[in-house]
Every structure is written in C-alpha cells, then in structure tokens.
Design a binder for this molecule. Structure first.
Ligand code: AVJ
Length: 323
C-alpha cells in the first residue's frame, strides 16, 4: 500500500495545445514576444537556480537575508497552522527555509514546471513528514484553479522572488485580485518585491559575466521548439538584458544575429538581422507603490520588511477587513 502521508500528490493542469497556440500568437505579432513563463522547462528551472547563485543576481540572496532576519516576525504575523500556497515554488527552497518558523499545516507547491516541482516536493516531504504536501503543475498566470484538496482555512499565499515583476502593473493588480479572491476571510499574502535601485546593479543582474542569464533566455527557444514544433536555431540569437528607466522595468530580449525564417507546423515567420523577440519584463517598484498595489487588490494591514540597502521588500498583508 502507498504511504499516503509521505507521498505528495501531483496534479497537472497545463494542456499543451494552448501553449502552442499562445507561442504562435506571440511570434506572429509585429513585435514578436514569448511569455516568460516558457523560460521554465526542466532545464530552464535549473538555469534559474544557477542564476540565483550568481554574484550579480542580488534578489534571491537579499530576500533570503530578509527572511533570515525577519522570519520570526513574519511567522508571528501569519500564525502557525497555515495553508501555505507557494506560487512558482520551483525548488521549494524558500518556503522550506520558513517551515520551522511558519509551521504550516499544509504546503501546496504550485509551478508551471510540474516535473521539477514534484521532484523537489518529494524530497521535502521526507524532511517534513508532519506537513501535508501537494504539488500542482499549473500555469497560474491567467487563472488560479485550486483543487478541493487545498484547505480553505488560513490560506497564506507565498509569492517570493519578485515574480510579481513579470506582470505589467495593471496585470499585477488583476493577479493580486485573483489571489485575494482565493484567500477567504482569514487569508493573507507574503510577497517579495524587488525595488528600484542603481541602474548599473540592475543591468549586471540581468546580463551577468558568465552568460548564465543568456543561456536561461536562449533556452526559451529550445522550449518553444519542443512545445510548438518550431525550428529555432539557438546559435542565431543573442541575449540582451537591461533596465528601461522610463517604464521602471528590466527587459530581456533575444536578438536575431542574421536574417532568417523560423518555421513551425502550418506557419513561418521571417526575422531581419537585429530584430528582437521580447521574452521578459521584470518591473521594479517603489515600496509605497507595492503597498498601494496590494491595497487596491483588497489587502490590508501591510507589514513591510527590507534589507539595509532597501534593495528588496517582503510584505505581509491580510485579505480580511482592516482592523
Ligand atoms: C523569477 C521573475 C523574479 O525577474 O528577476 C532572472 C526571472 N529573469 N533573471 C526576475 C529572471 C532573468 C526573475 N523572476
């Protein structure tokens, strides 16, 4: 018999035809785009883990420092026994580092890369057998479907790493409203937000000396080839990552090294030399704007923790009425 206690269950909800349609639509636009969610196949998730180790990529380590310093205060705010719902859980390391303080009753790891998150959760379940665990292979960027096995009580949505930055501000609001809707009266959010800072720091963080971010960005073409059946030649493309101060966002693009045609079943697209595919935005916020965004989504009683340099903020806010 299967030991249910130690066997996290996986649910996958990401129909491949939809991904192919979405990719094709983005590639046919005048200014071609590929959604950043397609950065995260199994290899992309590993490359992102490597990015988090880079000296230039400050967000992960800065946020980890904030958790280390203020984790106890966060746990006091949230209370023990929560239903911890980790959006974009990846290797689950951030949530796991908070388990001893947070003491959640259930841990729900949601990630678009179902296999990657399931592997991580299987390992984690052995270390924390007392916490009920569930892996969900879900693209939660446009809707947030949670199965009935996710406890309704004391939901704490965990959205670290400043992944909120991938949304344009209006879409970020809509996303946070959806999270708020899934919270229930006694729910809350614990979110990491990257803050505006010296542009040179931002440029380096998204265009590192080793080229790991470049590999991460280029890998989206391999993933597109798998999902769409396209014939992108990765060698014909170059990574660009830089801060756009007008829109307060880092942009990642892939730039064609030469004129070329990319083909996939039923279609093709020509690219001129120097033409770009926009693959990611990473918006940087001012602390007060982040708190305001949460308030507009219905969250109240925000508590903010930052690092000494004010490079990154972690915010806890409640779904219920203000007290
Ligand atoms: C996972 C979206 C928070 O925007 O910093 C890292 C992704 N892209 N390097 C970010 C990313 C390039 C990352 N987020």
């Amino acid at each position: 018999m299967i030991n249910l206690m130690l066997m996290p269950c996986t649910v996958e909800l990401n129909p491949a035809p939809t991904a192919a349609n979405e990719l094709a639509a983005g590639l046919m636009r005048d200014a071609a785009t590929i959604s950043p969610k397609f950065l995260y196949d199994a290899l992309g998730s590993k490359l992102f883990e490597a990015i988090c180790e880079l000296p230039e990529y400050y967000p992960t380590r800065t946020e980890a420092g904030i958790f280390a310093t203020h984790g106890a205060a966060m746990a006091r705010a949230a209370g023990a026994g929560a239903t911890l719902i980790d959006l974009g859980a990846g290797n689950c390391a951030k949530a796991a580092s908070l388990f001893p303080l947070l003491q959640p009753r259930q841990y729900v790891a949601v990630d678009i890369s179902a296999d990657f998150v399931t592997d991580a959760l299987n390992r984690l379940q052995q270390r924390f057998p007392q916490i009920g665990m569930l892996a969900l292979g879900v693209d939660f960027s446009s809707e947030l479907p949670l199965p009935a096995t996710v406890r309704a009580q004391q939901r704490l949505f965990f959205y670290p790493g400043s992944s909120i930055g991938n949304f344009a501000p209006d879409d970020a609001l809509a996303f946070l409203q959806r999270v708020h809707g899934a919270c229930g009266e006694d729910g809350a959010i614990l979110i990491g937000v990257d803050l505006e800072k010296d542009h040179a720091v931002l440029d380096a963080a998204y265009d590192d000396a080793l080229g790991v971010t470049g590999a991460f960005n280029l890998n989206i073409l391999r993933h597109a080839n798998t999902l769409l059946g396209s014939d992108f030649d990765v060698r014909q493309w170059r990574h660009e990552g830089f801060f756009n101060p007008v829109l307060s966002r880092v942009e990642m693009h892939l730039t064609a090294r030469c004129r070329q045609t990319v083909r996939w079943p039923g279609r093709s697209r020509q690219f001129t030399e120097g033409e770009r595919i926009h693959t990611e935005n990473s918006y940087k916020y001012r602390q007060e704007h982040a708190v305001d965004l949460l308030a507009r989504a219905g969250f109240t009683d925000a508590q903010v923790w930052t690092d000494p340099a004010h490079w990154f903020a972690v915010i806890y806010a409640r779904a219920g009425a203000a007290t």
